[in-house]
Design a protein around this ligand. Structure first.
Ligand SMILES: [Cu+2]
Length: 221
């Protein structure tokens, strides 16, 4: 089931690399005095740089999610909490059929969050965040932060960036090295272009009550 979703979802990282490659190719073509053979060589020489960029990028890409990461409900030795999306009044038009679920796994390896949605408008970019309050009454309240008052981007917050596919399906998993506290209570999905138009919210409910607190207590300091 997950793999089906994965294959549908556009990989933002791949799209970015494509853009970089395209820009590089344009640069080479622009130098029209360069013989074809040399131009080809130039492209070959670019590849090590590209690989280097890709080696440097994964941490950043990982922070916003990786569709191929182990989904939260498959994480070993995890305390799991999950829920289904409730539509929010702040949603734009066209979202009445949006539905899905989100799972958060706290394990000795840290935190994994997986989101699955269907019924979305196709080919739209989304951002989901873990929020620090329940869905009601304040649509999840502020973003969950490991260090409250600290950085507003990952890894201090948990963000998932994804794009709905042609069928309106969205899927993403994000990992974090730290174990999220009990205040990581909800997940909210926003259109990337209109962050205030919160679409839907999940209240995380533990599979086994108290398991998350136990995992947090056991985290080595
Ligand atoms: Cu949010």
């Amino acid at each position: 089931m997950h793999s089906t979703h994965r294959s549908h979802v556009r990989q933002i990282t791949a799209a970015c690399c494509g853009l970089v490659l395209f820009a590089g190719a344009c640069g080479s073509d622009g130098a029209d005095a360069v013989p074809a053979e040399t131009a080809a060589q130039t492209v070959d020489e670019m590849e090590p740089d590209m690989d280097m960029d890709m080696d440097m990028d994964p941490e950043m890409a990982m922070n916003m999610g990786d569709p191929d990461a182990t989904p939260a409900d498959d994480v070993d030795d995890a305390a799991l909490a999950r829920g289904t999306f409730v539509l929010l009044d702040t949603r734009p038009q066209g979202y009445d059929d949006a539905a899905g679920s989100a799972v958060i796994a706290r394990s000795p390896a840290g935190t994994t969050v997986t989101v699955e949605l269907n019924g979305l408008p196709p080919n739209v970019d989304y951002i989901a965040h873990v929020h620090a309050e329940p869905c009601a009454p304040d649509n999840g309240g502020p973003h969950y932060q490991f260090d409250v008052g600290g950085s507003t981007v990952p890894p201090n917050e948990i963000h998932l960036a994804f794009t709905s596919d042609d069928d309106g399906v969205g899927f993403m998993t994000a990992e974090n090295d730290a174990i999220a506290g009990v205040d990581a209570q909800a997940l909210v999905v926003h259109p990337a272009e209109f962050l205030d138009n919160k679409v839907a919210c999940v209240d995380f409910v533990e599979d086994r009550a108290g398991a998350a607190a136990g995992m947090i207590d056991d985290e080595p300091m």
